[in-house]
Design a protein around this ligand. Structure first.
Ligand code: FES
Length: 163
């Protein structure tokens, strides 16, 4: 599921503020965007360029140069578990294992039906809320296996009524 324009605007504003005027800032900001959504949505890249005064062409030069960056969502719903130090110490490994069991996929994998992608991210900048996870860019604070499961979107239902 793609993030809403308002959601990306808010997220980009926070990320741009954090990285603007710092050395290597564009790559770090793009990493932060991909950690948030599992890929770099075009609207977010455009918005980031405006806020950091970087031409869109330069942003895409970086995005296409590094294999790491994804321009399309790897799954319909992207679930990210933060394994940064603060989250790690507050139980992120167990949370990741619970998320993996709930989704039936290992970290870095996308479910066969393309519905879910599970990924590990490193510090999303909200350490005081650890452990942290995001679902389609929505931040979940002090998350538990149960609260994460409750936030997982149901698989899409096709036109013929089948999941
Ligand atoms: S370590 Fe998880 S938000 Fe910082």
């Amino acid at each position: 599921m793609s993030p809403t324009p308002t959601q990306t605007e808010d997220d980009v504003a926070v990320i741009a503020k954090r990285w603007k005027d710092k050395r290597g800032s564009l790559i770090m900001a793009l990493h932060a965007l991909q950690d948030r959504y599992g890929y770099v949505p075009r609207e977010a890249a455009m918005n980031l360029g405006e806020q950091m005064n970087v031409p869109l062409a330069r942003i895409y030069e970086v995005l296409t140069f590094y294999n790491y960056f994804r321009l399309k969502s790897p799954g319909k719903h992207v679930v990210s578990v933060c394994m940064g130090t603060a989250c790690y110490l507050k139980g992120a490994p167990q949370l990741l294992s619970q998320a993996s069991d709930a989704l039936g996929i290992a970290p870095g994998e996308t479910s066969e039906d393309g519905e879910y992608h599970l990924q590990v991210v490193r510090c999303v900048g909200c350490c005081g809320l650890a452990p942290v996870a995001t679902v389609n860019g929505e931040l979940l604070a002090k998350v538990t296996g149960e609260s994460l499961a409750a936030h997982l979107p149901s698989p899409s239902v096709s036109n013929d009524g089948k999941a």
